[in-house]
Design a protein around this ligand. Structure first.
Ligand SMILES: Cc1ccnc(-n2c(S)nc3sc(C)c(C)c3c2=O)c1
Ligand SMILES: [Fe+3]
Length: 334
């Protein structure tokens, strides 16, 4: 098999290497851009040696993880659990009015089946098992910063790379990077929803063997949907009245940030209809609230739009995921 860094040259030109089997995701362990314990100068934990050591231990176990093994269980400390509890309690109060219907349907199931609660940080092994029963999605511990290509490629296999460390306890309501609160409160619940799972996988399939420019566009579409997406939904009230097109949040960056979840439903930011061709080239800030959100009509509609958009990308072949062998098949578009 070609090593992860080579590329395949076909009649259609140079195609970057991409995983074809679930086990190929193990090659990402050697391709980490930076390990999880390297913190930016402005990171709240940058001067806390014990915190950095903790992060190094957690990411080292992630690096050793291989497909098929049980996911590492992290014995979280009371201090880490308290930080989780602060975030959990604040966000839990907003979900009924700010999160989309699908999220509010699934969250009680996670509380009942995966030990979700303010007094315990759930283990990704337990959450992954639940997701796998619902949609075939599974979690994988991430060993550091993955490239957008590798991260999106994994979605083609219904695999989501998830951090296990937690933000620095000095700032429980702020994190400059994904942490276990972001993953388990923001991302994990919706991967149990069939339509959202199919939507996320669509982005992953489009990223397999895509050019660097196309990966950049797909990562931006990911950012404005899976990370910061909003949707319209009709609410059927008990008295039979219907409120049409209510704005709700489904992006993980919103569902895991108390401040931005409130902000995104105000009229301060701009709300535009989700349209992959426009969304794909929209610029965005990473360290402040988003000035623009894109609104999807439904996860099914968003998936169809991404599938259509993917046909316009430069890739000279199509791919199909076979769930039985958990492999990707390349279909020549001749
Ligand atoms: C496409 C891609 C590839 C790897 N990571 C991501 N990704 C995800 S999933 N969540 C977050 S939350 C946050 C504050 C940042 C910076 C971030 C992030 O970068 C996205
Ligand atoms: Fe995220």
């Amino acid at each position: 098999r070609p090593s992860a860094s080579t590329e395949t040259v076909t009649a259609a030109g140079r195609v970057p290497w991409f995983p074809r089997r679930l086990h190929d995701l193990d090659t990402f362990a050697t391709k980490v851009l930076e390990m999880g314990e390297e913190l930016d100068a402005d990171h709240p934990g940058v001067h806390d040696q014990a915190y950095r050591q903790r992060r190094a231990e957690i990411t080292a176990r992630a690096k050793a993880y291989r497909t098929g093994q049980p996911l590492p269980r992290v014995p979280y400390t009371p201090e880490e659990t308290a930080a989780w509890g602060t975030v959990y309690r604040r966000l839990r109060t907003l979900y009924p009015t700010h999160a989309c219907r699908e999220f509010n349907h699934l969250f009680p199931l996670l509380e009942a089946n995966c030990d979700y609660g303010p007094d315990r940080i759930p283990q990704i092994e337990d959450v992954s098992r639940f997701l796998h029963e619902c949609t075939g999605f599974s979690l994988r511990p991430v060993m550091g910063l993955l490239s957008s290509r590798d991260f999106l490629n994994a979605l083609a296999f219904r695999v989501f790379f998830s951090t296990q460390y937690i933000r620095h306890p000095s700032k429980p309501l702020y994190t400059p990077e994904p942490d276990v609160c972001h993953e388990l409160l923001g991302h994990a619940p919706l991967f149990a929803n069939p339509e959202f799972a199919a939507f996320a996988q669509e982005i992953g399939l489009a990223s397999l063997g895509a050019s660097d420019e196309d990966v950049k566009q797909l990562a931006t579409i990911f950012w404005f949907t899976v990370e910061y997406g909003m949707c319209h939904q009709d609410t059927h009230h008990a008295d039979g009245t219907v409120t049409r097109g209510e704005l709700k949040a489904f992006g993980a960056g919103l569902l895991s940030s108390f401040g931005e979840l409130e902000y995104c439903l105000t009229n301060q930011p701009e709300h535009r209809p989700f349209d992959p061709a426009r969304t794909a080239v929209q610029t965005y800030p990473v360290t402040e609230y988003q000035p623009v959100y894109f609104v999807a009509e439904s996860f099914r509609d968003a998936k169809e739009k991404v599938r259509e958009f993917a046909k316009s990308l430069r890739r000279p072949f199509d791919v199909r995921y076979d769930p039985y062998s958990q492999t990707v098949q390349v279909l020549d578009s001749r």
